[in-house]
Design a protein around this ligand. Structure first.
Ligand code: ADP
Length: 484
């Protein structure tokens, strides 16, 4: 069963591991990728910008030297060859008709260059530059303008083509090594995540083992994992639950032993009576009858205990259905007391009823009859000859109140907290003599609670007792629903 439950949930360690790996690697990979990319673009931009400035200076020098008209100038040609060498570039000079006058590669002189950049430069009469990432070439075309002429005619174009690779060589170096860095970082993250999870989740594993041990073991075990605030809270909650279970278990054991004891007493009496009868020879009829009457009394008592136990267990099970109905409480109470009148007369106790107002309320008549009968029977039982029992009914806007007052022996203060407990009796001998089982008040309290009411007792020894029951006029089930 425990294994089944364990299998159902996903592993926390695995989830944490995945989350840590994603959180540690994805941001690093994404930022490093975009950083390298944007650095490369920036590098190229700077490179082209510098080339434009250099080409501008070169074109001005060529213009000053009137290179288009005098392309054989050895000094200028030497300078051109030097510059092409230093820049590691191809320099082509075209006249206004796109004819190549000079080519640092010495291959295209005399031919025509009608490339896109040259044509654009001629028509726009301005510098054109382009960085082609596919061919890794930087192309700058600069128009040579005759500043002395009025219409500032274009005399030629300087076209410089450079290899971009050198500009981005540093970035490329990093780019090539980045997958390796990623791999190393990933391996380090995996290792760190495994160690961290093993370390961080250790208290949780410890907690699971302790809870398992508590679940399988006795109710005396304790769970105590205080490494984290959360595990401490769970430990406390589990310990509280174990404590409650232990209390329940103890009270169950106590109840079983009380029941066994209570049931055994009448049976022992019956056995003693029967054995003494059997031990006598020639038993006179009178004595025989007397013994049989005693035996019947004990059997009655046993049967009363069993009846009370059954009522209590039914009420305790928590599944009782209340047959709530709107009832005339005055009529119902009067009828209940009428039934108890013979008992009062037998005990020579005066039983009086007083009602202060008509009351209609939602009650389960049968169960409430049992509750009030128990109170009035006690008031008669624990009374003196010639005493009285006064039952009164009153109500306010929300509740009705039934008061049962008697002139009996009273209940000592220290016992008042216990009289609603099962099998509790103040004076065991007297209770037994009056046929008490010690379950009556416990049953009454359960019924009052089922009606969402309350019961209180005021009493002092030799001055009598007063029990007050308070019940809501309108019954609402605990779920907040209507009548049950
Ligand atoms: P029992 O069957 O013994 O009467 P109850 O649960 O009804 O059991 O009452 C518990 C104990 O409370 C009684 O044994 C008795 O000692 C005391 N008690 C209850 N009602 C009264 C009362 N009206 N006057 C004096 N003692 C009472």
């Amino acid at each position: 069963m425990a294994k089944g439950i364990r299998k159902k949930g996903a592993s926390l360690s695995l989830r944490l591991f995945i989350v840590v790996i994603i959180l540690c690697t994805v941001p690093v990979v994404v930022t490093s990728y975009f950083l390298v990319r944007s650095s490369s673009d920036k590098e190229i931009e700077f490179y082209v910008q510098r080339s434009r400035e250099q080409v501008m200076i070169l074109a001005n020098q060529l213009q000053t030297a009137d290179y288009i008209n005098v392309p054989t100038n050895p000094t200028v040609n030497y300078m051109l060859a030097q510059v092409a060498d230093i820049w590691d570039a191809r320099i082509q000079i075209m006249d206004a008709g796109c004819r190549i006058i000079s080519d640092s590669y010495n291959v295209d002189q005399g031919r025509y260059n009608v490339s896109e950049q040259v044509m654009e430069c001629l028509s726009a009469k301005s510098i054109i530059s382009k960085a082609d990432q596919e061919t890794m070439l930087s192309i700058v075309a600069y128009p040579m303008v005759n500043e002395t002429s009025e219409e500032k005619a274009i005399t030629g174009v300087v076209l410089v083509t450079k290899d971009l690779s050198s500009a981005v060589s540093g970035i490329r170096y990093i780019q090539e090594r980045i997958p390796l860095y990623w791999l190393i970082m990933f391996a380090a993250t995996v290792l760190a995540a495994v160690l961290a999870i093993l370390f961080l989740l250790r208290p949780l594993k410890k907690l699971a083992v302790s809870v398992d041990a508590a679940a399988d073991g006795s109710l005396r075990s304790r769970v105590d994992v205080r490494n984290y605030r959360e595990t401490a809270r769970i430990s406390d909650a589990v310990n509280r639950t174990i404590g409650r279970l232990r209390m329940l278990d103890e009270s169950r054991q106590e109840f079983v032993s009380d029941v066994a004891h209570e049931l055994k007493t009448p049976i022992t009496s019956v056995k003693v009576l029967a054995e003494s009868l059997m031990g006598m020879e020639e038993v006179p009829n009178e004595l025989y009858r007397e013994f049989m009457a005693d035996i019947t009394k004990e059997i009655d008592r046993e049967s009363r205990i069993i009846d009370d136990l059954l009522s209590m267990v039914r009420l305790d099970r928590g599944v009782v259905t209340l047959n709530i109905a709107n009832t005339n409480i005055n009529d119902w109470l009067q009828l209940t007391l009428k039934r108890l009148m013979p008992l009062a007369q037998n005990a020579k106790v005066e039983l009086a009823y007083e009602s202060f107002r008509p009351v209609m309320a939602d009650v389960d008549e049968v169960k409430m009859t049992l509750a009030i009968t128990n109170l009035v029977e006690n008031a008669i039982k624990y009374n003196r000859e010639g005493g009285w029992v006064r039952v009164s009914l009153n109500a306010d806007m929300k509740y009705f109140y039934i008061k049962v007052a008697d002139s009996g022996c009273g209940i000592p203060e220290e016992a008042q907290d216990h009289i609603f407990e099962r099998f509790y009796r103040v004076d065991k001998d007297r209770a037994r003599a009056t046929g008490g089982t010690g379950l009556g008040l416990s049953i009454t309290k359960s019924i009052v609670n089922l009606h969402n009411g309350a019961i209180r007792v005021h009493s002092s020894t030799d001055e009598g007792s007063t029990f007050v029951v308070r019940i809501p006029l309108v019954y609402t089930s605990e779920e907040g629903g209507g009548k049950a």
